[in-house]
Ligand binder design. Structure first.
Ligand code: CP3
Length: 344
């Protein structure tokens, strides 16, 4: 049971397909909402005992991995860009980073100093899990993080980020380099603190053409991933809307490539290559559909993997807050009950 997820990352045979969910801890769970009545999201992230509590909440659903409770934006504060989560608006960066002077002011910090509370949470969670469930650490990838910094919050078109990228490529590259070095050190520190796998979230990378990805993003992501892969810990390289970027993304690194639902999993895996593991790729909104509809679509995803070792079942993106908890539990059971045709 314990190593099902880690074995799949290494493309080793498992008894059944392992499953975990992005955003498996969050507002769709009553116990999370109850804790949020008393604490802000940032308070939970900054208090290791609370981060531990939330990390453990979804484990009762039977998932095969725990993911550290934190947020990809946490490194922005010690870099010099404080932010808050505003109700209904999502993250708001207090002073967006828009020109060379702003970028020059951004700090590259030591993780134990700037994000010691996350590393404390990892150590605490590992002690608590005591070998029962593997723990995944994570960080945001440089483009996704830069987009929040430059836009000042969420964006639908990344207007300012793209104008900086094309209009002042040297400054954009400096910003990407600073974020990459922060993320590289942070992921190494997470592994040292006890993370048994790490996921790099490049959630908004699908906004770029393959040419812009290769020119302005890939070298930075490569620096991070190739450095982390030397630790021997599996690295999940995740993006959404990556149908035109899969090969370029794979070329940057990652033991496992995380894909969304826009391509059939079998097609994505063939393009990535069977020398990589794959994670995905059910549309998260299917968890709000009738459970028999979701179950049929989940079995179709499993059939796409064709019994090859190295598939980790997940959604193509995070669980949405409207999701009924019992649908999530039922889906985990469907995945664990599935047997590939011809398998012993
Ligand atoms: O997956 C997990 O269970 C671990 C925890 C986790 C959170 N954020 C907690 C969180 C993880 C892995 C993240 C990653 C994250 N954060 C990403 C990349 C993944 C993705 O979804 O694309 C991004 C882009 C962020 C930035 C972020 N954090 C946004 C845009 C928002 C607001 C959107 C929203 O849903 O309200 C957050 C807030 C946030 N981070 C919540 C959670 C559970 C929302 C719940 C709350 O307000 O209490």
């Amino acid at each position: 049971m314990f190593d099902r997820f880690l074995r799949a990352c290494r493309r080793e045979k498992t008894d059944v397909t392992p499953v975990w969910f992005m955003r498996q801890a969050g507002r769709y769970m009553a116990e999370y909402r109850a804790l949020r009545e008393k604490h802000t999201l940032l308070e939970i992230c900054k208090t290791p005992e609370l981060a531990l509590e939330v990390t453990l909440q979804p484990l009762r659903l039977g998932v095969d991995a725990a993911i550290l409770f934190a947020d990809i934006l946490l490194p922005l504060e010690p870099m010099g860009a404080p932010f808050s989560f505003e109700k209904g608006e999502g993250p708001v960066i207090h002073a967006p980073v828009r020109d060379r002077a702003d970028i020059d002011r951004m700090r590259v910090f030591e993780p134990e100093e700037g994000l010691g509370y996350v590393l404390d949470a990892i150590r605490l969670i590992r002690r608590e899990l005591d070998g029962k469930t593997p723990l995944i650490g994570f960080a945001g990838a440089p483009f996704t993080m830069a987009s929040y910094l430059v836009e000042g919050g969420k964006s639908s078109d990344y207007f300012r980020t793209k104008q900086l990228m094309w209009g002042d490529p040297a400054s954009f590259s400096l910003l990407m380099s600073k974020i990459s070095e922060v993320v590289r050190r942070y992921l190494h520190a997470q592994v040292e603190a006890g993370a048994q796998a790490v996921q790099l979230f490049d959630s908004w990378i699908g906004a770029l053409s393959p040419e812009d990805y290769r020119t302005h993003v890939a070298p930075h992501v490569k620096n991070i991933l190739q450095s982390i892969e030397t630790t021997g810990v599996p690295v999940i390289h995740f993006g959404t809307n990556t149908s035109t970027l899969l090969e370029a993304q794979r070329d940057c690194g990652g033991t496992v490539i995380g894909v969304d639902w826009r391509l059939p999993l079998g097609e994505a895996w063939k393009r990535i290559g069977y020398d990589h593991a794959i994670q995905g790729n059910l549309d998260p909104l299917l968890l709000c559909a009738p459970p028999d509809v979701a179950a049929a679509r989940a079995r179709a995803v499993l059939a796409e993997a064709a019994g090859r070792p190295g598939h980790i079942f997940n959604l193509g993106h995070g669980i949405v807050p409207q999701t009924p908890v019992d649908h999530v539990k039922a889906l985990v059971d469907v995945i664990h009950a599935y047997r590939h045709e011809g398998a012993a």
